[in-house]
Design a protein around this ligand. Structure first.
Ligand code: ADP
Ligand code: MG
Length: 230
């Protein structure tokens, strides 16, 4: 199995750049969207291009939204949250996609509730990103297992799938902005998730075996929010 630990500094710079860029692009996109709506309202004859343009704009918007998760001021919304609830929220969000793909999401916990200091929405996004990748890596009838371990001073979340896994080459590239092997991928999920975990003083480790599956392990200190409150 291949093992990868993200390189912190490289990704942090990417994160800053990406968030800045996303802010700059968002305003012109909003303007274009408005004019597209006007054009549709005022159209005198059918124009097939308008829906295509609107769909592409929506795609740009979803990329921007992912990038903007990095721009949120860090540590300001840290508070005591039940990690189990956050994970259950993420699983509920992905239920439709999982049942469409005929994939089972199986969640187990060492203990509940399990409180950690964190930004609830950001951590939920991290869980959504990793579970989504797991679903997308699997054929029908696969299982995604999400297990939460409680250790002194830290919580560990393990996501494992029985999907196609990643080659050494792919493992070396994940987390690089826009690196994707999917037709409809943004290639941002890994980078955004890693940035968020880092801002919680946590770590992400990935091990993967081609055709066998992938395991993502997140370590989160329970008191991260207090440490970063400056
Ligand atoms: P996206 O999902 O939009 O492609 P990500 O940053 O989430 O972007 O993932 C980057 C790439 O990493 C994916 O395109 C895929 O090749 C690989 N990957 C991530 N998670 C998994 C997984 N659980 N199993 C197999 N490949 C994965
Ligand atoms: Mg993804």
């Amino acid at each position: 199995a291949q093992l990868l630990h993200f390189q912190a500094e490289k990704l942090s710079l990417y994160g800053e750049m990406a968030a800045g860029l996303a802010h700059e692009i968002r305003n012109p996109i909003t303007a274009i969207k408005g004019f597209l709506q006007l054009a549709r309202l005022e159209k005198k004859e059918d124009n097939d291009y308008l829906p295509i343009m609107a769909a592409e704009i929506r795609r740009i918007e979803s990329i921007l939204n992912e990038l903007l998760l990095l721009a949120k001021p860090k540590a300001t919304r840290f508070c005591r949250n039940n990690l189990i609830e956050i994970i259950e929220d993420a699983v509920t969000l992905l239920h439709p996609q999982a049942s469409l793909a005929q994939v089972d999401l199986i969640t187990t916990f060492d203990k509940r509730p399990l409180f950690i200091f964190c930004d609830k929405n950001q951590l939920k996004q991290v869980c959504v990103n990793f579970i989504k990748n797991a679903i997308e890596a699997m054929p029908k009838d696969g299982k995604v297992r999400i297990h939460v371990k409680s250790r002194p001073g830290e919580a560990i979340i393990v996501f494992s799938d029985q999907g196609k896994g990643m080659s050494k080459n792919i493992l070396e590239h994940i987390g690089t902005p826009f690196f994707t092997t999917k037709e409809q991928g943004t290639g941002l999920g890994m980078m955004v998730s890693n940035e968020i975990v880092k801002s919680h003083q946590g770590t992400v480790a990935i091990s993967s075996k081609v055709t066998r599956g992938t395991t993502v392990e997140i370590h989160l200190p329970q008191m991260a929010g207090i440490v970063t409150q400056d």
